[in-house]
Design a protein around this ligand. Structure first.
Ligand code: NDP
Length: 253
């Protein structure tokens, strides 16, 4: 028996049209899972899904905005109607906004909180409602180094990611007894669209390479193994944890 095997499991990964979500989804598919990809840009989402289907994976799409509660609820009702049981949920969708606190408007603050934190509660709640009667499920929330550390110009993101750490523990406090394991992954500085401006900034690039013990940015596919572990029976007694995949950065910052 392969304890990492995800054959027969269905995984919904929010924000999986590109970046870390796509890398995580690909890893779960390679371990045998059927995928439900999510994003807001329906055209990009379908193109990503087709690419994965061409590689032989079983993939469907559910385009919805994770900040739109009615859309989230409707998506799960559609899953119910067509008999799709979500066994694995990865709350990955997120946005970054770099602005000093004094210049930040309340709607900007709220948008970052809604996308990075409240969405994980809403999508997690809808998933857990269905997992609890089945006594089985895996939820992986995507945190960040900023789940632990504050940095200038990213206050709402930091507050949201700190919240992800406690949301992961709060979900564990309520749902672990129902056979659901909820854990988090805290990526370090990874090469994705979200960080494009930082990667292209020589000073920031040098800072990341200098401060990360591994001396380099992370590649999205380097999250896949941790996601497969947390989605599989290999982690059945691991609950409420945040695993940092960061080239060692949390140890030295
Ligand atoms: P990207 O910007 O590269 O990709 C973001 C993904 O999220 C896209 O698929 C996008 O969909 C989707 N998305 C954004 N907003 C919504 C929404 N409202 N509803 C549904 N989907 C949405 O980001 P990354 O891959 O870099 O980041 C993924 C996660 O990892 C985020 O939570 C981020 O905070 C976290 N993270 C990233 C780090 C990094 O270094 N990159 C480090 C630590 C954490 P679409 O294509 O339709 O726009």
């Amino acid at each position: 028996m392969n304890i990492f095997d995800l054959t027969g499991r269905t995984a919904l990964v929010t924000g999986s049209s590109r970046g870390l979500g796509l890398a995580i989804a690909t890893g779960l598919a390679e371990a045998g899972a059927t995928l439900v990809l999510n994003g807001v840009d329906a055209t990009r989402l379908e193109a990503t899904a087709q690419d994965l289907r061409d590689k032989g994976f079983s993939v469907r799409v559910a385009a919805f905005d994770v900040t739109d509660e009615a859309a989230v609820v409707a998506a799960f009702e559609t899953f119910d109607k067509d008999g799709t049981a979500i066994d694995i949920l990865v709350n990955n969708a997120g946005i970054q906004l770099r602005k000093p606190l004094v210049d930040l408007s309340t709607p900007e603050w709220q948008r970052v909180m809604d996308t990075n934190l409240t969405s994980a509660f809403v999508v997690g709640r809808e998933a857990a409602k269905r997992m609890i009667p089945r006594k089985n499920g895996k939820i992986i929330n995507i945190g960040s180094l900023t789940s632990e550390l504050a940095r200038a110009t990213v206050a709402p993101y930091t507050v949201a990611k700190g919240g992800i750490k406690m949301l992961t523990r709060s979900m564990t406090a309520e749902w672990a007894e129902h056979g659901i394991q909820i854990n988090a992954i805290g990526p370090g500085y990874m090469i994705t669209d979200m960080n494009k401006a930082l990667i292209d900034n020589p000073q920031f690039d040098a800072w990341v390479k200098g401060r990360t013990p591994a001396k380099r940015w992370g590649k999205p596919e380097e999250l896949a193994g941790t996601a497969v572990y947390l989605a599989s029976s290999a982690s059945n007694y691991v609950s409420g944890q945040m695993i940092y995949v960061d080239g060692g950065m949390i140890s030295v910052l």
